[in-house]
Design a protein around this ligand. Structure first.
Ligand code: ZN
Length: 463
């Protein structure tokens, strides 16, 4: 991907050239951020994770937390910290035929240290390949079973001859810490929207550097806005990071009202929204509606107990209203968890349109309020408040007046603006504008939702 490509205007439909230019710049920044993160060898613990969080901190003031090895986190335990300096396989002629410095995918992630001379037969027991894509290196891990290994392309594997091989893995697996990042952006309300992504994969772009980049720039964009909700961004190592965060922060989960898990956002595929376990929460309805309005091809799928960290946030003991918005199916594209998920597999424009979709969803969430009609007995007289066009205007003003009537009638404290939009068939934006006008005319009052001032049991979240 050349710099020229990055700075060319995006093919969005904005008429305003300045907006196009600004968007292309942000797309470029998001892609460049991924280019910087790409070489780092990450895992679920270790220096690569810390380095990644420091890079995120150059953009947003993320707090870095550490939880020591051995800490009990529900049914799990924080593992020992893994770090790696070097790894290679050398043949009897002294040639390094596989070298970690060429690709950090070459090492089985979490390999224990090894320095041995082995036969071809023994070596092959520790090699992982992908015969269906003979040029690609697979990404494999062994976090919870002590093992060592190398991941090589099938073509490299086929070239191995009967020889003695020196295997060298200069890694450490020692007591240390699990590291994660958290950013809290306060809004008017203590009610929170949780946005989380995993940060544990080495040189892989769509899964998962795209999620890191989109959430970093989403946090930046939200920080510049006046917000109703408070936003909590989590940058966690997958699975064990989410389990650790939930264990350490269990008492604070009572304020989480909505959430999204970000992943697979760098490739221009159709959006896929995976619903929360509850399946009918506000974030489920809003994400579905925004995709319907803004996207030509998209899919909405039900919750399954597999995938990313929605598995933990939506486990029955938490059952949080958190969905997952991505652009590819977990595990269902050939490049998934291989060296082909590289910088060529993602595009700046796809990152930008992913970020924009997240913003559109969150901004609808911010505006999706419930109101009470302050004049509920018969219709209020709109004309004397300048809200009724007695002469009869164009179609737009007719639709606006219909929106006023719908909002007035259904603002009984039970219907949100999205409910009213869906029931009336009038665009959400127009319904929201009419609610603003009615509130200015003191015909509506916003319903203040209950905000937890104490730490409630997560089980009490079930509504
Ligand atoms: Zn993955």
């Amino acid at each position: 991907m050349t710099a020229q490509t990055l700075t060319s205007p995006t093919n969005n439909h904005q008429a305003d050239g300045k907006i196009q230019e600004r968007k292309a710049t942000r797309a470029d920044q998001m892609y460049k951020f991924i280019e910087r993160l790409y070489p780092i060898c990450r895992s679920i613990t270790g220096e690569g994770l810390m380095e990644t969080l420091h890079q995120i901190r150059e953009h947003i003031p993320v707090q870095i937390y550490q939880v020591p090895t051995g800490t009990k986190v529900f049914d799990w335990e924080v593992p020992r910290e893994w770090n790696i300096k070097d790894a290679y396989i050398m043949n009897s002629r002294g040639e390094k035929i596989i070298d970690f410095s060429n690709s950090n995918l070459h090492i089985l992630n979490y390999s224990v240290p090894v320095c041995r001379n082995v036969s071809l037969t023994e070596l092959k027991e520790h090699l992982h390949t992908l015969p269906e894509h003979p040029d690609w290196i697979p990404y494999r891990t062994s976090y919870y079973k002590e093992d060592w290994g190398f991941c090589v392309s099938y073509n490299q594997y086929k070239q191995l001859t009967d020889d003695r091989y020196e295997v060298h893995i200069n890694s450490t697996l020692e007591n240390g810490n699990l590291t994660y990042g958290e950013l809290f952006i306060p809004g008017e309300s203590q009610e929170e929207v949780l946005l989380s992504t995993h940060i544990c994969h080495p040189s892989l772009c769509n899964d998962n550097l795209s999620g890191i980049s989109v959430l970093t720039f989403l946090a930046k964009a939200l920080s510049a806005k006046k917000l109703h909700y408070s936003y909590r961004f989590l940058f966690l190592p997958g699975t064990i990071g989410a389990i650790t965060w939930l264990s350490v922060n269990e008492s604070r989960t009572g304020n989480i009202r909505h959430g999204l898990i970000a992943s697979l956002l760098g490739n221009g595929g159709a959006f896929i929204y995976k619903k929360s376990r509850r399946g009918d929460t506000e974030i489920d309805r809003i994400a579905t509606e925004v995709l319907r309005l803004k996207s030509i091809n998209y899919k909405v799928v039900d919750f399954t107990p597999y995938g990313y960290d929605e598995r933990q946030f939506c486990s029955p003991g938490f059952n949080l209203p958190i969905g997952c918005l991505s652009r590819s199916h977990y595990g269902q594209f050939p490049e998934y968890h291989t060296s082909a998920d590289n910088l060529n597999f993602i595009q700046p424009d796809a990152l930008e349109s992913s970020l924009q979709m997240y913003l559109d969803i969150l901004l609808m969430l911010e505006r999706n309020k419930k109101y009470i009609n302050m004049n509920p007995k018969c219709e209020p007289q709109l004309g004397k408040r300048g809200l009724y066009d007695g002469i009869g205007g164009d179609n737009h003003s007719k639709e606006f007046q219909m929106a006023l009537l719908w909002v007035l009638n259904f603002s009984d404290g039970n219907h949100s603006l999205l409910d009213i939009s869906k029931r009336s068939g009038i665009a959400f934006e127009l319904i929201a504008q009419s609610a603003d006008r009615l509130e200015e005319a003191e015909l509506l009052r916003e319903v203040q939702t209950f905000t937890s001032l104490f730490n409630s049991s997560p089980y009490s979240l079930a509504r």
